[in-house]
Design a protein around this ligand. Structure first.
Ligand code: ATP
Ligand code: MG
Length: 765
């Protein structure tokens, strides 16, 4: 698909910023990443980090790293250090702009006194429960606290005594005078300060009152001159408080070239990243660590950046992934497979190929002369990479192959080793299995085989259908390999009452593997592909010289599922193991005659084998597919959506899914009106019968991605600014941002920014 990720590199926040710059609202973009140091950063934070630092980089602004440390009881220096280290590891630099909300406690306090003096805040002495009761409900206005009308003098005196430590925790709070009938409950006299006699990891015992997030956050943003305060959707209702603080405290900027100016900033919310089979909540991750379910925050099964790094995932892969999932305004859950895909894509190019065996089965070549070693020169990279580099692989009388690559009674299309069958050994010879040796319990312990001396690799003699990997038993090296699987085997562990009950007991399998001798010399921290098995990381801490420990980063791609040709086509000559298992289990599984007829018809219409297989077996889904297809005749696309997305979501629907609105939605993706992630966000609502066009319109989700429309728009903007165009062509290239902003504004913020910039560049050159 040419346009799989049209949103990468562009998003609605970028459009807002471009527009702000164009309108002259800000000269310089300042963002911040504001974690609370109460845990290690995880893949969800990575999205926020990449977004905030990425925007600053793109617009030539700056991004601050700020510890949001307003809650003394849960915060620790260990977490501060982890956050800073991991942001840097991801590839971002905050320069000198590393701050703490606790740096601003004095300022927060000063502004609070100002609010009290201006009668905009008061000390309330109701307890927590009473405050809640007085606040009212969604349908009922709040009641004023009996303390709401305290005099300025009394408020000031009480607040000062709170600071001095004269009251126990909970005795009083400071509240803003909001609007007790506001529809937004958060505006019903929000809390600004509370008493907390606790030692803070930085300020020690200097304070016993601490500002609330809602108050400290806008003050911190203001002090730092932040222009775009980007946060996740759950803070949408807090935006009114954010704006209230800016308006009523009228803070001034204290950092950077704008120092001394009145601060203005806008809060923009985006959807959190959620991943299937994963929990991304620091509280839950902490629980996994505390309960010893994992070895620590950096256990390779953890979705923390420390864990991913320890597993061998690169920062580039994480950045690729966050870019790929895009930035949206509606919450959704991204499939973990998308992350795996980004990891593989990154590793494919950087990993040399080597041979190893994870579950060894001995092969003895009766035809091979005792003691003879044939050292074959084997390239480290696939030929199409055009990269130099090879190593010597020893071929010997006794070898290891993987147990899965032999079957005593194979199904028809098993193209690996079986009694009487031949297989090619990669960088070796074709061998034939003559005899199977078993122990007393009937377990296969050895295969006796013969090799064909005329088939040495590179001699390109005859072909056989399968190629498998192997390692010399006499020259190979045994190593520890840690095979990581998903920590949760279910899709939505987050949705469960007790997520700990769903930890995958098989999330780590440690095996003694055999690897080729060249691999024994691999440096800790390097990465490689074991052919047909996956990508591996030479464990940075547990490996010793000559004895690497291998972490499996990710298995190889199941390319079969999505890209396989119709089943009757000739198979590739050396299918990977995953491919072959998929083929045996899916395409060739036996079906009832009626189901088989459906399968063949669906395959003939061009569906992938997986989709055809699923729809053939599920009458309800198939009927839905056919109804949608009648309205949007694009079989492969419709089937892929039905087999994957609809299939997953149908349990959550209120009734049966609406094929008409669904077909309209898919049509909107196909004609480029919306991106795939947007369609996924809307899916459940649309399946429940909501008209996609109305949703797209009312939420402003449509994008203008049409080249001709954008070209016309660009031309219009350039002709309206001919002087600037001349200046640009005369060398004032800094004007490019102006043109982007102006054109974006002209499009109402809907232009596909990537395409827009491309067209602008072309038109200006
Ligand atoms: P958690 O729920 O894991 O404790 P949090 O929101 O409390 O997360 P913070 O340390 O307050 O964690 O988050 C720092 C920044 O990272 C915030 O701007 C927050 O919105 C963002 N963030 C946290 N989790 C995610 C996520 N899953 N996807 C995107 N951004 C996230
Ligand atoms: Mg938080």
């Amino acid at each position: 698909m040419a346009n799989e990720h049209p949103e990468s590199g562009s998003n609605f926040i970028r459009s807002i910023i471009a527009e702000d710059l164009a309108a002259g609202r800000y000269k310089n973009v300042v963002t911040r990443f504001p974690p609370e140091p109460n845990g290690y950063p995880h893949i969800g934070h990575a999205k926020s980090i990449c977004l905030n630092f990425g925007l600053a980089l793109d617009f030539g602004g700056r991004c601050h790293l700020r510890m949001d440390d307003t809650n003394p009881s849960k915060e620790e220096q260990e977490y501060v250090d982890a956050l800073a280290r991991d942001v840097r590891w991801l590839g971002f630099d905050w320069g000198e702009h590393f701050y703490h909300a606790s740096d601003y406690f004095e300022e927060c306090y000063r502004y609070a006194e100002k609010l009290i003096i201006e009668a905009k805040a008061y000390v309330d002495s109701l307890n927590e429960e009473e405050i809640r009761a007085y606040r009212g409900t969604v349908s009922e206005a709040g009641k004023p606290s009996p303390y709401r009308d305290r005099s300025v003098e009394e408020n000031l005196s009480l607040f000062r005594r709170m600071r001095k430590g004269e009251f126990p925790d909970g005795a009083h709070v400071l509240r803003a005078k909001g609007d007790l009938s506001a529809a937004n409950m958060k505006m019903r006299d929000p809390l600004l300060y509370r008493i907390r006699h606790a030692t803070h990891h930085r300020t020690g015992d200097a304070w016993c009152i601490y500002p609330m997030y809602d108050y400290a956050h806008p003050i911190s943003d203001a002090i730092e001159g932040v222009t775009h305060s980007i946060c996740t959707l759950e803070f949408e209702n807090n935006r009114d408080i954010y704006d209230w603080v800016f308006e009523n405290c009228a803070p001034t900027i204290q950092i950077g070239p704008e120092k001394g100016q009145r601060a203005t900033s806008k809060q923009i919310e985006f959807a959190r990243l959620n991943l299937t089979c994963t929990v991304v909540s620091k509280r839950k991750l902490l629980k996994l660590v505390q309960d010893g379910v994992v070895r620590g925050w950096d256990d390779p099964r953890m979705p923390t950046l420390a864990g991913l790094r320890r597993r061998g995932v690169t920062p580039e892969a994480i950045r690729l992934f966050t870019e790929r999932v895009g930035v949206a305004r509606a919450n959704s859950t991204v499939e973990i497979e998308v992350f795996d895909g980004a990891i593989r894509e990154d590793l494919n190019l950087r990993c040399p190929r080597m041979l190893g065996v994870l579950h060894p089965l001995k092969v003895v070549l009766t035809s091979w002369p005792e003691g003879e070693v044939d050292w074959q020169d084997a390239p480290l990279w696939p030929a199409e990479f055009g990269k130099e580099g090879s190593r010597k692989v020893p071929f010997t009388k006794e070898l290891w192959i993987d147990r899965d690559d032999f079957l005593e009674n194979p199904p028809k299309k098993f193209h690996r080793l079986a009694p009487g069958k031949e297989v090619r050994l990669r960088h070796g010879y074709i061998i034939r299995c003559d005899e199977v040796i078993k122990d007393e319990a009937g377990t296969i312990v050895e295969l006796r085989c013969t090799h064909d001396p005329a088939t040495r690799s590179g001699q390109d003699s005859r072909k056989v259908q399968g190629t498998i990997h192997w390692v010399s038993a006499s020259h190979g090296v045994s190593v520890e390999a840690r095979l990581y699987e998903r920590l949760f085997a279910i899709e939505r562990p987050d949705a469960e009452d007790n997520f700990l009950d769903h930890v995958n007991p098989a999330s780590l399998e440690t095996v003694t593997a055999w690897v080729e001798p060249a691999l024994a010399e691999a440096t800790p921290g390097s990465r490689l592909q074991l052919e047909r098995l996956g990508y591996f990381y030479v464990e940075p801490e547990d490996s010793v010289a000559g004895k690497p420990v291998l972490n499996r980063i990710v298995g190889l791609k199941d390319s079969w599922a999505k890209e396989a040709p119709a089943p009757q086509k000739k198979e590739p000559e050396t299918p990977t193991k995953v491919e072959e298992v998929a083929r045996v289990s899916k395409a060739d599984r036996s079906r009832e005659p009626a189901e088989q007829a459906h399968f063949l018809a669906l395959s003939a219409a061009g569906l992938s084998v997986e989709d055809a297989d699923l729809l053939a077996a599920d009458a309800e889904l198939r009927a839905f597919y056919e109804a949608a297809l009648a309205l949007h005749p694009s079989p492969r696309t419709v089937a892929a959506w039905v087999a994957n997305e609809v299939q997953r979501e149908r349990k959550t629907l209120s009734g049966s899914p609406d094929a008409k609105t669904f077909a309209q939605l898919i049509a909107r993706v196909d004609d480029g009106s919306i991106t795939r992630p947007v369609a996924k966000e809307l899916l459940v609502e649309v399946l429940n019968g909501a008209a996609p066009d109305a949703l797209i319109q009312s939420r402003g989700l449509g994008q203008i991605g049409d080249r001709a429309t954008l070209e016309a728009l660009v031309a219009k903007v350039l002709s309206a600014n001919s002087e600037k165009v001349n200046a640009y062509r005369g060398g004032k290239v800094a004007l490019f941002g102006f043109f982007v902003g102006a054109a974006m504004k002209e499009s109402g913020g809907k232009a596909n920014p990537g395409l827009l910039q491309e067209l602008l560049k072309a038109a200006l050159s």
